[in-house]
Write a protein that binds this ligand. Sequence first.
Ligand SMILES: [Zn+2]
Ligand SMILES: [Zn+2]
Length: 343
Amino acid sequence: MKCPVCEMDCITPAKDLLATLPSVFLPCADCSIRNLDKRLPLPTLHYEPPCSCGKRFIDEVFAHMYTIMVEEGDLKQTDPLISVGTPLVHPGFAMDRPPFLPERSLILLTKNARKSTAQRLFLEVPEVRGVVKKDDFIPGITSSNLHSVPKVYELLAGCDVRADVYPLRTGPVVMYKQQTLIHIEFPRMGYPKIRAVEQHVGQPPVSYFVDACCGVGTLGLAAACLGVPHVVLNDAWYASAFWSAFNLEINRSYLNISRVKIFEQLHDLQRHPVMADPIKIAETTGEQVIEVYQGDFHKLYTVLTPGSNPVTALDLFDKNDKNTIQEFSNEWLKRVGGEIFVP
Ligand SMILES: [Zn+2]
Ligand SMILES: [Zn+2]
């Protein structure tokens, strides 16, 4: 599928992507493994090429990137290997051992590469999908104050779109995201947020589910995949609203829908990065009704079906913001009713 960011073929629909699991990061019989201590410098500026199967152990890929970054003067030969940056693999899921990376399966998040070096990493290291400049802030909306435009990371080379895979009792769901615009959340062993959704959706599923601060749509889509007939997803941040809509399309084969109508594309949405009054970004036609809004969750009640008593997930970025959570919960239960939970 054409990627909305780089316009290349870097997006795979859910079923095809899942068909590559779980062997996607496993070695072949000929793959070699060299374990390197990330806290130490690379012993010599040397790396092995990928195996004939096309994969290479992650430490060897780091050795390759380290060598280029030293050659370009972005790292010193005394810097530890970890200074290369943080790897975000594609597709991401909780793994119990380090991966053997196939082509274009790694987005590097780094403080230490200049743009020209990042270009070299993208062109010369086959596993690299994109290079993102890491900064000292978290990209996207990080508080319930919507008056300032959130800061984002810079894409230095390649593409910053990748997917995470979340297991559900009905089968896995695939969530694409753009790493420069969305805060980074590593899938955790046991997937506690997904388990919370499964528990609150129940069996048979509740009739109406709201994901009030949906990010790229993981919890709302999980509810939809679990069979909830009416799901509303909402986020004030344009990138979250767009990728939620996009992920509906990606996972459509798991849903009882005939079509996903997306009303605004990424470049349209960029013109209103943060919205207060909710506007509809996407909706489905077919048996299941799934709607995506961009807006402040305090105003979301204005677009909900009256008397629907939904189960609402409130996944705020700042879980320590107990006052906002309490105030909003009271306000929501008075206006909308149903049940609200913090996953
Ligand atoms: Zn792309
Ligand atoms: Zn191999």
